[in-house]
Unconditional design. Structure first.
Length: 280
């Protein structure tokens, strides 16, 4: 009899916890207003902030689509470059020694400070915003993949080579699977902060109106409900991005939630193995 948990039950439980957590945030929001007595032009009630979104659905849809596309494409660029560079640095030690200090130094530069030079170089448009988002996503992906590749047991690598594995095949079978977990950790961190990069890009280098530029305009007009409405949509993008990566991770790493895992990268179970298992 199988004792593996039901995936649908797990999904329902996780979704329920998310709904409860979000509901508690709105309840706390209301309680703060009741306890402090702050007027609506300082902190609007949740219903009013949500109402702004539904009262301006065509505009909010357009703004959200613009910011979401900037976040998505910048995220993809940063993630791909991070994985590729991390693999190169892990395989070529001299590249690792030369580039790693430069990566640390690049992250010490405030992200807002690089926005102005990017506008001068690339002008107002999509490119500066993509670079800013990729800049934010890039670093956690590189560091986590490097840590994953460095944590591989050297005995496993030596065993693979003794069994005749080439350098490429050893990397694919032993080292690459070891960095999948750390890779998704970096991707989840990047997913949370990617929307921040998109907003900063819109504030400094935007030729198209998105949620970031709308937030500045609403703030200048003392439209507090609009400010909080934009904040809710930006938060929704960040949460949605994180959950999407979690879902991809679930399907890419089935061994974390199942008793058995499929054989990846050419690793097949011998035919007699299942027979021996049944006899036992």
């Amino acid at each position: 009899m199988s004792h593996e948990p039901s995936p649908l039950r797990d999904y329902a439980r996780h979704v329920g916890l998310w709904i409860v957590a979000i509901a508690l945030i709105f309840v706390a929001w209301e309680l703060v207003l009741v306890a402090t007595g702050l007027p609506a032009y300082v902190i609007p009630p949740p219903g009013k902030a949500i109402g702004v979104i539904f009262d301006n659905i065509p505009l909010m849809t357009q703004l959200t689509s613009q910011t979401l596309s900037e976040t998505f494409y910048g995220y993809i660029v940063g993630a791909v470059l991070g994985v590729v560079l991390a693999v190169i640095m892990a395989q070529v030690p001299i590249v690792h020694r030369l580039l790693y200090p430069a990566l640390i130094t690049s992250q010490a530069v405030p992200i807002v400070a690089i926005a102005a030079p990017l506008v001068i170089i690339f002008g107002f448009g999509l490119t500066p915003k993509l670079i800013i988002v990729a800049w934010i996503v890039f670093f956690p992906v590189v560091v986590n993949v490097l840590d994953g590749l460095a944590s591989v047991d050297h005995d496993q690598i030596n065993l693979a080579r003794l069994l005749g594995g080439t350098r490429l095949r050893t990397f694919m079978i032993v080292r690459l699977p070891a960095c999948i977990g750390p890779l998704f950790s970096g991707l989840k961190i990047g997913a949370c902060y990617a929307v921040t990069g998109a907003v900063i890009g819109e504030w400094t280098a935007s030729s198209h109106i998105g949620l970031g530029t709308y937030l500045l305009t609403a703030n200048a007009q003392m439209n507090t409900a609009g400010v909080y409405g934009a904040m809710l949509l930006l938060t929704a993008i960040g949460i949605g991005s994180f959950l999407f990566v979690v879902i991809v991770e679930h399907f890419a790493t089935p061994w974390r939630t199942r008793m058995t895992a499929p054989a990846y990268f050419g690793g097949n179970i011998p035919p007699h193995a299942s027979t021996q298992k049944q006899k036992v």
